[in-house]
Design a protein around this ligand. Structure first.
Ligand code: AOF
Ligand code: ZN
Length: 364
């Protein structure tokens, strides 16, 4: 690895420390190097607090003059909750800036780089760009596609069953896989489920991590066309907001009871079954949700997959066989030919305790 790539790798590792806290902002890391020595570094921890570059500049002080700054996202050029980082880098007298990727935020989108160049700073763009983009799939999706990144998590037996025929489903996977799911929840701005899962499992859906701080609680979202969520559901026992998306004409008394339980309610357009998923993403986009984790039963999982909405599938497989009458992963099909089936590409696999974790992307 070149020295530049090593410093950028350090900046990426710093950015990752913001994994559970920066929403709706992206995760960003920065390193300042002068004469072959790191003189300052930092990362963005939480929206409303200083950006990565500002932390690095503060740490470096006078040593930032004529230094090189390695940063995982283009320095910003706008006044948001905080002033522009590009101006701060210029004022500090930095000589060179190495940027992993351009900021997809239309308020920045190249203007930060242009401002640095206009001030006579040498700027290079694109070093470890793929790794930098992988830190922020949700932020990039929200900025470029106008909708959140959707990650579907499913856990099943080797024969693809999520529960016994009688509905018993607790603890299909082991403790390591379950801890991994808590980390997926913690990095997500929203955790999405359907009314079927609320009624069957009564989940809390909040992240519970050992020893790590979650700076913002994910929004827990229930798709509940008829507003059947019980006001005594365990969802309301966890800290953090609950949003129930419902169809038109939901009974006023149920609305009042759920509001009293602490839920936010919003009506969205209905679909043939359930709610229109494009309207669901619109509602979440309006709330600046970057990453959505869907933890749901076979009905919603099937609708997400068949609608082509799943950007990433995380599948945990437990070394068990639950039998032919167990509940399926997703209601799909029926398919009449193999060229109609849902196809996936496995990007990574990993053994977590006794369970196999697969990271999959849809084959387009
Ligand atoms: C950077 N460095 O560390 C981050 C950046 O409201 P603000 O001031 O926090 O601005 C948020 C926007 O700034 C965000 O949408 C993204 O475009 C950029 N994030 N930029 O130079 C950072 N987190
Ligand atoms: Zn900034």
């Amino acid at each position: 690895m070149s020295a530049d790539a090593e410093y950028m790798a350090r900046a990426l590792a710093l950015a990752e420390r913001g994994l559970y806290g920066t929403d709706p902002n992206p995760r960003v890391g920065a390193v300042l190097v002068r004469d072959g020595r790191i003189v300052g570094e930092g990362y963005h921890a939480q929206a409303g607090t200083p950006h990565a570059e500002v932390h690095a500049l503060r740490a470096a002080g006078e040593a930032a003059r004529s230094a090189t700054c390695y940063v995982t996202l283009e320095p910003c050029s706008h006044f948001g909750r905080t002033p522009p980082c590009a101006d701060a880098l210029v004022a500090a007298g930095v000589a060179r800036v190495v940027v992993a990727m351009q900021d997809p935020n239309p308020q920045v989108a190249g203007q930060g780089i242009a401002r640095l160049r206009a001030a006579g700073i040498a700027v290079e763009v694109g070093l470890l760009a793929e790794q930098a983009a992988a830190l922020n799939p949700g932020f990039i999706s929200r900025m470029q596609r106008g909708r959140p990144w959707v990650r579907l998590k499913l856990a099943a037996s080797l024969d693809g069953r999520t529960a016994l025929g009688n509905g018993v489903s607790q603890w299909i996977t082991g403790p390591a896989a379950r801890a991994d799911v808590q980390r997926l929840r913690a990095r997500s701005a929203a955790v999405l489920t359907g009314i079927g899962t609320v009624l069957a499992d009564d989940p809390r859906l909040d992240p519970r991590l050992d020893g790590e701080t979650v700076l913002r609680q994910p929004l827990r979202v229930v798709l509940d066309r008829e507003l059947r969520t019980p006001p005594a559901a365990r969802l309301f026992m966890a800290a953090g907001p609950v949003l129930i998306l419902h169809g038109p004409g939901a009974p006023a008394a149920r609305q009042a009871a759920l509001r009293a339980a602490g839920a936010q309610l919003q009506a969205v357009a209905p679909a043939a079954r359930g709610l229109a998923l494009d309207a669901v993403w619109q509602a979440l986009q309006a709330r600046e949700i970057n990453e959505v984790l869907a933890e749901c039963g076979p009905t919603l999982a099937g609708a997400l997959i068949e609608g082509g909405w799943v950007d990433e599938l995380v599948l945990y497989l437990a070394p068990k066989l639950l039998g032919h009458d167990g509940l399926p992963l997703a209601h799909l099909g029926p398919y009449a030919a193999l060229d109609q089936v849902s196809l996936w590409q496995c990007l990574r696999h990993e053994l977590l305790g006794e369970d196999l974790k697969l990271l999959l992307r849809p084959r387009s």
